[in-house]
Design a protein around this ligand. Sequence first.
Ligand code: DX5
Ligand code: ZN
Length: 229
Amino acid sequence: MRLIAPSILSADFARLGEEVTNVIAAGADWIHFDVMDNHYVPNLSIGPLVCAALRPLTRAPIDVHLMVQPVDALVSEFARAGADIITFHPEASSHVDRTLALIREHGCKAGLVFNPATPLDPMDWVMDRLDIVLLMSVNPGFGGQGFILPVLEKIRAARQKLDAWQASGGRKILLEIDGGVKVENIAGIASAGAEVFVAGSAVYGASRAEDPNRYDSVIAALRAELARV
Ligand code: DX5
Ligand code: ZN
């Protein structure tokens, strides 16, 4: 399974509803929703009100990436706002196991996010509570940054852990990558073992220059690269 999740952080916020429906019509699988609090990361983005406003526009899963500290109060708000998937950074929660349980109690898929220099160790102790693992391939806070190459090795390490878990009877856990994913590098990232590809500037930036409503060509190009792997 390989899924493309455009990050609306790079969308035109003055036309956000259209940007969401257009990108799904163009073949995207999920909407990646970046939440920044100007505390855990040095930027401020969008909150549960925006999620609730977008929810009726699409049946595609909304993938909420929380870059916030503390985490728990916003989990409940985003669940009520219609999030399907909620991920958070383990170092931003005082009680990682409890936060994962809270997300699942709300009926959402739960995941941990690891920054480029954060070790994967915490996932070993909560595998049974994970639906997804998200690896950051940029430092969180901004769209449009370059892919940090050593993260490719980390994708391979995470892939091994997840395969071993599934081979021992564990549930399928998706491996998602976020930051600097482009047509030029998505095949290499997929070869390393990623399955869900967040792409912000590659999708919303590239196509807007040509035609504000056409995302088909860039999504098709990403899928063509994935088909080579
Ligand atoms: C960064 C965000 C990413 C970002 C991706 O903190 O989590 O989702 O928007 O943007 P690009 O694809 O432009 O690196
Ligand atoms: Zn993100």
